[in-house]
Design a protein around this ligand. Sequence first.
Ligand code: HEC
Length: 318
Amino acid sequence: MAFRQHKLGAAGVGLMLGFSMMITLFGPSNDFRSGVSTWVGLDKQLSLGRLIGFSYEDPTVSGEGKPITVILDKDPKTGAAIDPPVRAYVYKAGTKFSPGINHNELLGPGVEELSTGIGKIGSASMSSGAVFTVSKGEFNGEEVDYIENTTATRGWTPDAALRTAGDENTRYVGKGKTIYITEGCWWCHTLLPEQTQDWQAFGAPPFLGDFNGEMPTAFGSDRKAPDILHVAARNSSREWMTMHFFNPRLVQPNSIMPRFNYLWGRTDINGNPIDIKAWSKEYDEYLAGNRIYPPEVPEPARDSEVRALIDWVLTSLK
Ligand code: HEC
């Protein structure tokens, strides 16, 4: 073959590679910034905060410094009733903001304009803290959910919002998601129902805009256990979740899921010490048929890790 033909062939391969590189660089098929944030996406990024588990920026992976989700049935400033109650996201002074607050373009067309406009998120200050809600507005004739900085629009302060909600209506969702990551629940569970037959058991797959600003998404890749993206929609019982996390065999006799009883910490809700050894001994007696009922599961303390985990499961996964 003439040398000239080799040269032509090489040029051809070069052209083809160059062209495919151009497609990769300039024709992205999936531009995340073009995804319009949905209510689910906004709810998640506001309640989960900026960093979740994995990140080196969060070396202690302790779940501290997270926003706190509250359910308000009264206006924290005026005391007027709010019916139906609203979800609000309390960022105490110093809590890092979720990504869309500082990088507005991540919110997507419409959501960005309303959040920075009537939502006034630009005036929220990380150093003094802020309270956000997801509100409904209209953009180009379409209904969109956007972020409202209620500290600016309604004078709600983090302290007042927490006080108004009380422990009863407080959910440590952001801390709970961190625990999902650090405990490695994703080794077994997925947060991504896939196409076709999955829908019947686990519910609809998520929308692209459900993930705007969430990191990490923790979809999971290898499923050894049910997908739990919508688990709270099929089981919203706090009591069941409490028993199941303490020892899954209490409610699912053949479950391979590990016990997470150490997430209770040292004391229960009344400050009484939790004695895991004594509990296990009684449980063994139950398994041996010497007791009719298994021992009672301690009620988790208000600041326990398992309370935060259950808050996340029941509040976020619907
Ligand atoms: C070794 C694998 C494994 C790990 C790790 C694991 N699970 Fe599970 N999980 C299972 C299996 C299997 C089931 C189904 C049987 C059952 O209900 O126990 C299950 C069930 C569940 C359910 C009920 C699902 C339903 O469809 O009703 C929830 C909620 C849950 N797990 C949450 C968690 C969380 C949160 C963690 C981390 C703290 C975790 N799991 C860690 C295996 C695992």
